[in-house]
Design a protein around this ligand. Structure first.
Ligand SMILES: [Zn+2]
Length: 329
């Protein structure tokens, strides 16, 4: 939480907080663990892509919202808030606060590698960096993305040749669109998507991406699934999978964890350990606050290897002011 004159600013607030109209919430991206702010009465700030994907998935219309594009900024009293690309999914952003006494960046979730649907996270200098560390452990260094893409295509071809239905079970937004795009760009294999993923696909297409897919609930989708020779992208629950489905997951955890009865590909939407360290080096903050993931491990690495003060984001940061210079009283 940050004070800006008479305004109170809150970034990716979590479930359980009552937020009236006088609050200003900032939402970094459309994944459900970051979008609680959309369901409150607060004034909402997000990119247009994030708002559109959220509304498509939730089937709600958000009120009291104000969109701001990546590269643009808004001002609250003497604080300018710039919107930077986070590279995590379409529309995902970081918020950079530029105040007279300090600069700070809240990253949300970031990815520092280009994908087929996003560009790598932007780096800007700041005094205080608030960052995620989902894969902030030295054992999480992902192979080059192109290698993972090649593995996915090879596995898919094998499954199709053996008359099985290669099926990816993923979240509804972000990763599935990268997978659809992968098959669109590198193959001619038809892609069938579960309805919820189709809704997110549609929102992506409305925002400038070109995803070619058929919805599983349409006659065309049902026919394509029956004909075989296609790939199916569905949710983690994977309801009503055909008998010949062979199941795969795409997640960074696949690097070190076994997924029983699934083929697992380490395709991630998050920065790995090396990317996080390079990102922090480029941003060159005075202090790093980490809010999720391998907090202790990454803090120790940052302090030892980069000589920058690092530690967990204080638990009170959601309800009280962070110890930025203006909040010292
Ligand atoms: Zn996310």
């Amino acid at each position: 939480m940050v004070n800006a004159g008479s305004s109170q600013l809150l970034f990716d607030p979590t479930l359980g907080r009552r937020l009236g109209e006088h609050w200003n919430v900032f939402i970094t991206h459309a994944h459900s663990d970051h979008t609680y702010g959309f369901a409150t009465s607060a004034r909402k700030h997000s990119t247009p892509e994030t708002l559109h994907i959220y509304e498509s998935l939730s089937k709600r219309t958000v009120k009291n919202d104000k969109t701001v594009k990546i590269g643009e900024s808004i001002r609250f009293d003497d604080i300018e808030i710039r919107v930077l690309d986070a590279g995590h999914m379409l529309g995902s952003c970081q918020f950079q606060l530029i105040a007279p006494e300090f600069t700070a960046i809240y990253t949300g979730d970031i990815n520092c590698a280009n994908t087929l649907t996003t560009n790598a996270a932007q780096t800007e200098h700041c005094d205080f960096l608030i960052i995620e560390a989902t894969y902030g452990h030295p054992s999480y260094v992902f192979p080059p993305r192109e290698m993972i893409y090649a593995d996915i295509i090879r596995w898919t071809m094998t499954e199709i040749n053996e008359d099985r239905l290669p099926t990816f079970q993923v979240y509804s937004s972000g990763k599935p669109q990268d997978i659809v795009r992968l098959f669109n760009v590198y193959t001619k294999i038809p892609v069938v998507c579960a309805p919820v993923i189709s809704r997110a696909n549609h929102a992506h297409n409305e925002n400038g991406l070109r995803l070619e897919y058929v919805d599983a609930s349409t006659p065309d989708g049902r026919h394509t699934l029956k004909e075989r020779g296609c790939v199916y992208v569905t949710t983690a629950r994977g309801d009503h999978l055909p008998r010949n489905a062979s199941r795969a997951v795409a997640t960074g955890w696949a690097l070190r964890e076994a997924f029983r009865s699934y083929t697992a590909f380490p395709l991630s939407s998050h920065a790995d350990y090396n990317q996080l360290m390079q990102f922090i080096t480029a941003v060159n903050p005075k202090v790093v606050y980490i809010f999720t993931g391998y907090i202790e491990v990454l803090s120790a690495q940052i302090e030892r290897k980069l000589g920058i003060r690092a530690g967990p984001l204080p638990v009170h940061a959601q309800t009280k002011l962070l110890d930025f210079p203006r909040s010292a009283n």
